[in-house]
Design a protein around this ligand. Structure first.
Ligand code: ASN
Length: 599
């Protein structure tokens, strides 16, 4: 049976993915919440009968971390009364202050039993994504502790199972238990926490040996080295060296106005078949028998299989005609399927779908995910299999990449400044484009935004005040631009230097349609933004401001919030005789509020 979380106090329910606290020195400290899901793996294993196995005692991992100063600052916890806070559950720890002046407060949700990842199945993947969904709004990011043996499979599967993901999910683990004197677990866990707590990278990632990778691009290549994983066809998304540097150009850009959801129904009738010289048609035939519904065919080089073996090709063709999906992936560690040889062409004629530069792990997970979508017909499934859904492959034979050299604007600026080297051009681009994008968002110039995007620029990059184009468009009530940005890389979780999200901006300017679209995309207000919300609501109620209240309700705020003198907005409206507010609040069903008030 699927493991269940063991915890004494339930995890928090109120929205509190981040907040700010006045530290004792009077300096404002930002806190970010991270949920760590411990599924098992070597990182927390101990020796029993001379072999490594997961620990049997509950929560011992959290207890052990509490004693390591880089993983927990007990002084801060005591000073800020961390354990007394309503929304903090047991097994919550806090890191020392980060270089970016952020306190990462993390809660460990430990599964029971803890598993060696070799024992994991698709049920365990479903459990993880369901937990992420359950706690999605409460945390800034998620870290999943996992064994290394099947981590590449889990990372690939989770990347597909998490649809419309807007937050950072990072899998990590280690080759040596964290309790050993020389181990890689501490650095891996610390790096993953720092990235998950401080950046919005809307992907399922894998962090190992100072590098963050896209989860569906990695494969385990070393059973003994600390440098156990590689991502052969995509550079790392980030490196943790003196500083953490994010390669924003490689980061997958959010492209949706839909809310995060998880798909847990995976098809198990899938498999991996590696061809080898002399493989018999009988082996292939046996492997493709029902109930098999989809296989990843691991071929030679750029996707080649013998084209002089008609018996083999016949078996593959029979299977695809029966409706079995076959994806072609290379046995080589690096490179892509291409139709450069007759031996490769024969396979596509047999109905085999090119998997381009996908890893076999990613291809298997993608098959299992798509074939689990029973609402799709086979044409739709085939179409999805050929598309790049989560950055798992570069779906093209020719490979066209926008380069800096293509950007006329940047070139013109560079010429004026007499610059020609790539690094200098990149500096100019990274400095200018966030400001230009914000200016275009202000004037509602979608054409300029598209041109900026085509230069290869990230539309979620921040200006000098931490403001993103989405913040600006949310203030301007420009629904078209908001929608464009959400579909082209903007994140609803961006915070400016004052801690405000685009949603708070839209509430402030009472831009109802924008609020609605942002909420639909999964936006929610942080604890910091909701600071003295009860008092704010009472102020609106006292001044008869129905529109103001409506904006907060649309943004998901409860009308049960109490003011400093412990009154609800309704009580204040009644006491001050604001009939319109009283009627509005009585008529509005808070639970249905979002739908009812839809502009
Ligand atoms: N067997 C372990 C696992 O996958 C290997 C590890 O974590 N390094 O759980």
């Amino acid at each position: 049976s699927a493991p269940t979380p063991s915890r004494r106090r339930p995890l928090p329910r109120c929205p509190s993915q981040s907040g700010s606290l006045e530290s004792l020195s009077g300096v404002l400290v930002e806190e970010a919440r991270v949920l760590v899901i411990n599924t098992g793996g070597t990182i927390g294993m101990v020796y029993r009968d001379n072999v490594l196995a997961p620990q049997a005692t509950n929560n011992s991992f959290a207890e052990a971390l509490k004693k390591i100063s880089i993983f927990h600052d007990e002084v801060y916890a005591q000073q800020t009364k961390l354990y007394d806070r309503q929304d903090i559950s047991e097994n919550t720890l806090v890191l020392p202050l980060s270089k970016k002046n952020i306190r990462i407060v993390y809660t460990i949700l430990e599964y029971s039993p803890l598993l060696d990842s070799s024992n994991m199945t698709t049920d365990d993947w479903a459990k993880i994504v369901k937990d992420i969904q359950k706690f999605y709004e409460l945390y800034h990011g998620f870290v999943i502790l996992h064994g290394t043996d099947t981590m590449a499979y889990t990372a690939s599967a989770l990347s597909f199972m998490c649809e419309h993901l807007g937050k950072t999910i990072i899998l990590t683990g280690s080759q040596v238990p964290i309790y050993e004197i020389q181990n890689d677990g501490r650095d891996n866990l610390l790096g993953a926490l720092l990235i998950a707590g401080q950046f919005v990278i809307p992907e399922v990632c894998l962090y190992f040996h100072y590098k963050l990778y896209r989860g569906n691009r990695v494969t385990k290549v070393d059973a003994e080295s600390f440098n156990a994983f590689t991502s052969p066809n995509l550079p790392p998304l980030a490196k943790a060296e003196v500083d953490i540097t994010i390669n924003w150009e490689a980061v997958w850009r959010a492209n949706t106005t839909k809310k995060f959801l998880v798909h847990v129904n995976l098809n198990r009738n899938v498999g991996l078949l590696r061809i080898f010289p002399g493989i018999t048609a009988a082996t292939v035939k046996a492997f493709l028998q029902p109930p098999m519904e989809g296989i990843v065919l691991e071929t030679y080089g750029t996707g080649n299989a013998p084209d002089n073996r008609l018996d083999l090709l016949e078996e593959l063709k029979n299977a695809t005609e029966r409706g079995v999906f076959i994806i072609n992936c290379t046995q080589c560690l690096k490179g892509s399927i291409s139709e450069s040889y007759a031996t490769g062409k024969a396979l596509s004629q047999a109905g085999v779908i090119p998997g381009f530069d996908m890893t076999p792990e990613a291809a298997l997970a993608k098959l299992s995910y798509i074939l689990g979508k029973s609402e799709l017909d086979s044409q739709e499934k085939k179409k999805m299999l050929s598309e790049n859904l989560r950055g798992e492959m570069k779906a093209t034979y020719t490979g066209s990449k926008i380069s800096l050299g293509d950007s006329k604007f940047i070139q013109a600026v560079a010429q004026c400044l007499n610059i020609s080297c790539k690094e200098d051009l990149e500096v100019i681009r990274d400095t200018l484009t966030p400001v230009l994008a914000c200016a275009a968002a202000k004037t509602g110039d979608s054409i300029a935004l598209e041109a900026i995007r085509e230069m290869g620029c990230n539309l979620c990059s921040e200006d000098y005040d931490g403001r993103t184009p989405l913040h600006i468009a949310a203030c301007e009530d420009n629904l078209t631009v908001v929608e464009y940005l959400l579909n082209n890389g903007a994140t609803v979780y961006a915070k400016d230097r004052y801690g405000s999200t685009p949603l708070l901006n839209a509430v402030k300017f009472r831009n109802f349609k924008v609020i609605h679209l942002l909420r639909q995309t999964g936006a929610h207000l942080s604890k910091e933004e909701l600071g003295d919300i009860g008092t704010k609501l009472s102020g609106l109620a006292a001044s008869g401001d129905v529109e103001g209240l409506k904006a907060w309700i649309l943004a998901g705020v409860s009308m049960e919030e109490l003011s400093y003198d412990r009154k609800t907005p309704l009580q204040v409206a009644e006491a001050t005789g604001n009939i319109a507010v009283v009627e509005f609040l009585k008529q509005t069903d808070q639970k249905k509020g979002f739908e009812e008030l839809k502009p």
